[in-house]
Design a protein around this ligand. Structure first.
Ligand code: ZN
Length: 377
């Protein structure tokens, strides 16, 4: 049985441990201690590139060996970092609801996920639940570009099925589709000239960029695909023909081919415009993450559906337009669904979560461990 008061107290405690992205040290140390006390083998990787020299924080990877269960080893993951303003959180607990005191975020994103996993591990131990192994991954720097998940030491991860607890939907939501994303940075170089005396000697980099963007498909491309130009900068003064401008954009799609086609189209239009005006364009395209595209009959989905049914939660399959650590894990061959944990108004100072959802999340995790024992691949 989930211990409601213990769980809520741990949540109240963890949200008061500052852990803005890049400053997760204190929280990581506390979690490593707790995981070790629960009998897990704990390791911190070198995701930030600095852990080995005593600075920065790595991902926390903890392994609980199977105890005779027939189910597959399961990866359970949440991120340790929060957005800003996340320092000095003073949580308020009133009428079954937990909020910040209004001047910071709360940090239920993603500490609600962390406490659900910790409580699940306690229940496994207390009730001696049979399982096929659990690997816990608490990542760093999720909020600043999934940095921890991208640099995770995957040689340590044996689980091929998993769950990330980091979606805003209610408990029971199982995210099975999320887009892949490409980002683009184009530096267009024209030629500077005096705008009043000799404009014909210049090549206006802003005009080149404008021409390219005007010819681009931007926004909603189709049901599965979106694109955006999100940033443009350049120029020095109104009396100078601008020599350089930088354009940043992105393309996303559930369908990897469509995402690639869309970013290629954007690159094409920039190159065509540069050529037309005699400018040059240096274009950098980065694939930010792979998609989540799980079949309804895939193992994580069947496990989660069964678990939800076992505790009377109505499961539903969802899709999102955003990226999460689950995208990265899927790209690494770990079939991983992102689960709704009922956090609300995240990334704002009005963020809140109900006690009911905190409890439901922990119960759901326990049921996932149990359900995984009865489901065959
Ligand atoms: Zn999150």
């Amino acid at each position: 049985m989930v211990n409601t008061e213990r769980l809520i107290q741990e949540f109240m405690e963890l949200v008061q441990v500052d852990s803005e992205s890049g400053a997760e040290r204190q929280l990581a140390d506390l979690l490593k201690e707790r995981l070790a006390a629960l009998g897990l083998e704990v390791f911190e990787d070198n995701a930030s590139g600095f852990v080995e020299v005593g600075r920065g924080t790595g991902n926390v990877i903890a392994t609980l060996p199977g105890n005779g269960g027939e189910g597959p080893p399961l990866l359970l993951s949440a991120h340790m970092d929060t957005v800003k303003p996340g320092q000095g959180v003073r949580p308020r607990r009133e009428n079954g609801m937990i909020t910040s005191s209004g001047d910071t975020i709360l940090g239920s994103d993603d500490k609600a996920g962390i406490v659900a996993i910790l409580e699940c591990l306690r229940v496994i131990k207390e009730e001696n639940i049979t399982h096929g192994g659990v690997q816990v991954v608490f990542t760093v720097a999720e909020e600043i570009g999934l940095v921890g998940a991208k640099n995770l030491d995957y040689s340590r991860i044996k689980a091929r099925v998993g769950f990330v607890l980091d979606s805003g939907g209610p408990p029971g939501e199982i995210i099975i589709k999320a887009p892949t994303q490409y980002s683009l940075t184009a530096t267009i170089k024209g030629k500077a000239a005096h705008a009043g005396i000799a404009p014909e000697q210049g090549i206006n980099a802003i005009v080149v960029a404008s021409h390219a963007i005007a010819n681009m498909k931007v926004g909603r491309i189709d049901e599965e695909t979106t694109s955006n130009i999100g940033l443009i900068s350049g120029g020095v003064a109104t009396n100078i023909v601008p020599e350089q401008t930088t354009v940043k954009g992105e393309a996303r799609s559930i369908n990897p081919t469509k995402a690639k086609d869309q970013i290629d189209h954007m690159v094409d239009e920039i190159n065509k415009a540069a050529e037309k005006f005699g400018a040059t364009a240096a274009i950098d395209v980065v694939k930010e993450y792979d998609p989540i595209n799980l079949a309804p009959e895939s193992l994580p989905v069947r496990i989660a559906m069964q678990a939800a049914a076992n505790i009377g939660v109505k499961p539903f399959l969802g899709q999102t337009g955003g990226g999460s650590d689950a995208n990265i894990f899927n790209g690494q061959g770990i079939a991983c669904a992102n689960l709704g944990i009922g956090m609300s108004k995240v990334h704002t100072t009005e963020e809140f979560i109900t006690e009911e959802n905190l409890v439901a999340n922990a119960q759901f995790m326990v049921e996932i461990i149990k359900a995984a024992q009865g489901i065959k691949e």
